[in-house]
Design a protein around this ligand. Structure first.
Ligand code: ZN
Length: 435
């Protein structure tokens, strides 16, 4: 949700772009207030005004700090003379509003004390967009307040000189936008292989709380010229659909991820006959082994329903997913199956289902990934993987109208200082053909 760089969706790409940054200093300068700060000592300030949380502080002192590592709700309140039973009451009765066990390291809080130094209120901010008010008085209570998140549309463009990150940072654009783009074009463009001269124009949403950038929202439309090849993305959303499509209404997303894990190397490919390192005999290997660090998250490669999630003598901890009548996938040798993953559970592409290990018959930490098509095991790397369906026909007309509107916005120069040849390149709408 926030600017934690998540490894969930497209781990390989995220890693690739992170490497491209080359230095954490660049990221540092873009830290939002949601980034966990160092442990800080509480600072006491006295004010006569009402504070930003609307707390009656004319006669209260305010102690402001951030949650330290492993600190609990009662650790925070103990120094301020709040009775233990009251803390327990708040923790128990307020659970539906806010579970006090979910205090996060580095998040800010305030404690309001009266003249005797006794805690009267506490305010905790789980994120920029909300805060929790604890009344520590005789009638203890908890309430959750949501702040308004304002969505602003923004259009940007650029030409890659060194890296996509650098290009974004040069324009004061949060580098998370690079991750969003990598998600949208995951199947079209290898973001670890961008080239000098590649260019883009993106229309996306920024979410603000007050003046603070809270998160990067959807990529509404994008055009990316990579190796002189033109790629378009148009977001289309309603109650039924939430996808990025190309200019012809074909989904950009494929039914399956290329690999189930962020891997170091393919330690063994699919073969009908190979020498087994543990069993010391020739044996078919009807899967692909992805070597990875123990504990690396394993992702479901496509949407589906879990049919098996258990331990087997040879497979170790494994999960099997039925995607549809045609495709089934299986993931072996996990150190651990993710809690909640059990037969009958529905998973989405990219969901974490377990963690890399070497349980069962395995010589080292890896995922043995198996892929069934119509009941027989096939080499998924040789399969032509289908796209997620195109825009449903009943929405096609509406999609075309939106696409043309986005196209107008994508083909108008945004930054007049941008290189002219690039601006002209992007003004060539012939690349788009109506379906
Ligand atoms: Zn294997």
């Amino acid at each position: 949700m926030f600017f934690d760089i998540t490894m969930r969706d497209r781990p390989l790409l995220v890693i690739a772009v992170l490497i491209a940054v080359g230095t954490s200093l660049l990221l540092y300068s873009f830290q939002s207030p949601d980034v966990v700060p160092e442990d800080a000592a509480p600072v006491q300030t006295v004010s006569l005004a009402t504070d930003e949380f609307g707390m009656p502080i004319s006669e209260l002192s305010v102690i402001e700090s951030t949650v330290r590592r492993n600190e609990t709700f009662s650790d925070l309140l103990n120094p301020y003379g709040v009775a233990y039973e009251r803390i327990v009451t708040l923790a128990r009765q307020g659970r539906d509003v806010f579970d006090v066990r979910r205090l996060k390291f580095g998040r800010p809080y305030r404690i309001y004390t009266d003249s005797s130094g006794t805690g009267r209120f506490m305010v905790y901010q789980p994120n920029l967009a909300s805060y929790v008010v604890f009344d520590l008085g005789d009638d203890p209570s908890i309430r959750l307040e949501e702040r308004d998140v304002v969505v602003r549309k923004r259009a940007i463009e650029g030409v890659i000189e060194e890296s996509l990150y650098m290009t974004l940072i040069d324009q004061d654009i949060h580098p998370t936008v690079a991750n969003r783009m990598a998600d949208v074009f995951a199947w079209q463009i290898d973001f670890s292989r961008l080239q000098k001269g590649d260019s883009f124009r993106i229309l996306f949403e920024e979410q603000y709380v007050g003046d603070h950038l809270f998160d990067i929202g959807d990529v509404l439309a994008a055009r990316f010229v990579h190796s002189e090849e033109d790629h378009f993305a148009f977001h289309y959303q309603n109650d039924e659909v939430d996808e990025h499509y190309d200019e012809n209404g074909k989904s950009l997303r494929k039914a399956f991820l290329i690999a189930p894990v962020e891997y170091k190397r393919i330690s063994s490919g699919f073969t009908r006959r190979r020498f087994h390192p543990v069993q010391k005999r020739y044996k078919a290997h009807l899967g692909t082994d992805y070597a990875a660090d123990p504990g690396t998250p394993i992702n479901a490669t496509g949407d589906g329903v879990v049919t098996e999630a258990r331990y087997g003598q040879y497979n170790g901890n494994y999960v099997k997913i039925r995607h549809n009548g045609t495709y089934t996938t299986q993931y072996l040798h996990m150190s651990k199956i993710k809690s909640g993953i059990r037969p009958g559970v529905r998973v989405k592409q990219g969901d974490v289902i377990g963690f890399v290990g070497s349980t069962g018959l395995a010589s080292g930490p890896h995922v043995c990934y198996r892929f069934w098509k119509n009941g027989s095991q096939v080499d998924h790397r040789r399969e032509k993987i289908p796209s997620v369906g195109p825009i449903p026909s009943q929405y096609l007309t509406d999609f075309n109208v939106q696409r043309d509107d986005f196209l107008m916005q994508l083909t108008q120069p945004i930054n007049p200082s941008i290189d002219r040849s690039y601006a002209e390149l992007l003004q060539t709408p012939e690349a788009v053909t109506s379906p």
